[in-house]
Ligand binder design. Structure first.
Ligand SMILES: [Ca+2]
Length: 360
């Protein structure tokens, strides 16, 4: 489902209505653009931002990272093909993506559209956008006639880790033919971060917007980042010790709080299943077990911290087997033990225990 924006903040000028009419007239003659996709400016004077009432999460990301000078002199559109456009943000330290805010202005009769917020690592050729870190479908509507409005999108639920260095953030796709909306542009600020565009759906073929629009200084795109938590205090007394048959799962990073063991029984054998930690793959909350053949994973198990909302840790697992199983999870901090079993010869049912361990 597309994500709707949180509190929109409006930007207006006293001459907004007159400028909006001028915008329509200016846009239409410029629709024929270079192939495969091209960006064009729209210049119709100074925009003065005026945010709505103060919020802990301002829709214009004024508490975040911005490359613009706070005023947007124009808008950018693309044609004839839908186009994605991104700009580069420096990331000083490992961070979590919190929000992305995008400024749109209405260039025609349509007052809303759906698009994707996209975030790329800068690991492409020559520092171009490479790995896609996040893509979220969002929508805006009731974009007012006039200079432009910011719309903020909370992406913290995606849990996107941003590596130190730089990332590209922008929208996919913009097309005057589809939306009639223009992405706000700053043409008189001091921003000089790279701004690149590419045909929608393309994973490469990035081109420098400034090769066509040398006056463009920044897009109406801002981000809010949160510093990623560093390593935790380390394993506590009695913490889980990983082994071939013991899977350790963290509560706080590195604390190895939960010990997970799986015993199995089938007509040929019985014993302890083999643990496969996934932390090295960036999956800290769960792991796998195999029995007899490491190419045949039998169980995925995870322990989720739902303390904030439900005051419990959750233990969920799915086992794709009919072998007999005894699953044991130990909270090494409290000594509490959680156990579930599956009879031999019975297809294992999934387990979703939302009361497995009390917090903290
Ligand atoms: Ca400006």
């Amino acid at each position: 489902m597309p994500r709707r924006p949180n509190v929109p903040a409006f930007a207006r000028t006293a001459r907004s209505l007159r400028h909006a009419v001028a915008a329509i007239l200016l846009v239409v003659p410029l629709l024929v653009c270079a192939s495969p996709a091209a960006a064009q400016p729209l210049d119709d004077g100074l925009i003065v931002l005026r945010s709505q009432a103060a919020s802990s999460q301002p829709a214009d990301c004024s508490d975040g990272v911005r490359l613009d000078d706070g005023s947007f002199e124009g808008g950018i559109y693309a044609g004839p093909l839908p186009t994605k456009i991104v700009t580069r943000f420096a990331v000083a330290e490992a961070s979590i993506l919190d929000r992305v805010c995008v400024c749109w202005r209405r260039g025609g009769l349509v007052d809303g559209h759906s698009f994707d917020v996209v975030v790329y690592d800068d690991d492409g050729p020559g520092g171009e956008p490479g790995t896609l870190l996040a893509r979220e479908s969002v929508e805006v509507d009731d974009v007012p006639t006039g200079p432009g409005s910011f719309y903020g999108f909370d992406l913290s639920g995606l849990d996107v880790s941003l590596p130190p260095g730089a990332v590209y953030v922008g929208v996919d796709a913009i097309s005057i033919f589809e939306s009639g909306l223009l992405l706000c542009t700053d043409t008189n600020g001091s921003g000089n971060a790279p701004i690149l565009f590419a045909p929608a759906g393309s994973s490469s073929n990035w081109a420098d917007v400034r090769s066509q629009l040398p006056d463009l200084r920044a897009l109406g795109v801002r981000v809010t980042l949160e510093a990623e938590l560093g390593p935790g205090p380390g394993p506590g007394p009695g913490a889980c010790t990983p082994s071939a048959t013991v899977l350790c799962i963290d509560d706080e990073p590195g604390d190895r709080r939960f010990r997970v063991e799986l015993e199995y029984e089938n007509p040929q054998a019985a014993g302890a299943a083999h643990a496969v930690p996934l932390a090295g793959l960036g999956v800290a909350r769960g792991g796998l077990f195999w029995i007899g053949n490491r190419n045949n994973p039998e169980m995925l198990i995870k322990i989720l911290d739902a303390c904030a909302a439900f005051d419990h840790f959750w233990v969920f697992y799915a086992a794709t087997t009919n072998q007999g199983l005894v699953t044991t999870v130990t909270d090494t901090r409290t000594g509490r033990v959680w156990r579930r079993s599956n009879p031999p010869g019975t297809a294992a049912a999934p387990v979703q225990d939302t009361g497995a361990f009390p917090c903290p």
